[in-house]
Write a protein that binds this ligand. Sequence first.
Ligand code: FE2
Length: 349
Amino acid sequence: MLRSKLSAIAAALALGTTVAVPAVQAQDKVLNLYSARHYQTDENLYAEFTRQTGIRINRIEAGDEAILERLRNEGANSPADVILLVDAARLWKAQVEGLFQPLKSALLEARIPPTLRGKDDGKGSEWFGISTRARVIVYNKAKIDPALVQNYEDLARPELKGKVCTRSGAHPYMLSLIGAMSEHLGEAKAEQWASGVVANFARSPRGGDTDQIRAVATGECGVALTNTYYLVRLMRSNKPADREVAERVGMVWPNQKSFGTHVNVSGAALARHAPHRENAVRFIEYLAGDAAQAYLAGGNNEWPVVSSVKLNNRELESLGAFKADSLPLASIGRAQIAASKIIDRTGWR
Ligand code: FE2
């Protein structure tokens, strides 16, 4: 009798211990963030979250693919709570691999449009867009007639021989665009287009988007592709030389008469094995708040995903309104295999 009473007490104590563990974890004022965002202005955004909540953010920064690789290797032991990636295709890949977990949040559902979210029905893995950017054509105003470069397809025109520059086709921003082209044109035509672009290269792909804009300004390249925020960053720079670079280039919203300009997202997700789940949800909801949205978008010259949030960014607004490609982000994700084949076969490296 006494023996069974003792074991009942032991069981209760054991239960008490297991109940106490999550309680202790919830009090841990910490959050582990794996981020592929590479923008200095985000620092203040993280600091503000810590100021409001007392939750300290440990940050690991790496490229999208390196972060996914790390999550795969760490498996169930991963300390990651929140993942920030900067490309729809990589978000989709992580989603289908089940590297994220479901996040039921009325706030996120109300504020972020369904087209800017992703969820895997099988694995329940879910992510939320937090800002958007467009991939546009820039050209040297003195050397190129913009009528020649109104569409992504135009980059393959024979008139542009020796004039086209891009970063490597293997970069996520390029893979997503090439994937979108494959969805729109079909894989065979997209490959034909890609070989035309490669045949028009002024030089082998090197550097990032800003390097392409600079090379267009000097005239080494006639036209190039860039994410909008790199251009606006130069326009808003406090260095006169940067502003001069921006002055020398013109910008085109591609494909306004057809499928629209390619848009990509940066997005946040709850890591599959998040040890600080509550803090993580709080952080992702914070990112969808008015102040954070204005800050995220304004700081890096992107657009907020929450439509009611207004930006105060004269240079970004000066680019004007445009028709965005409405291709679902999941299609861009699925098209990555086609895009990889295309860059391999055409040598867009
Ligand atoms: Fe970037």
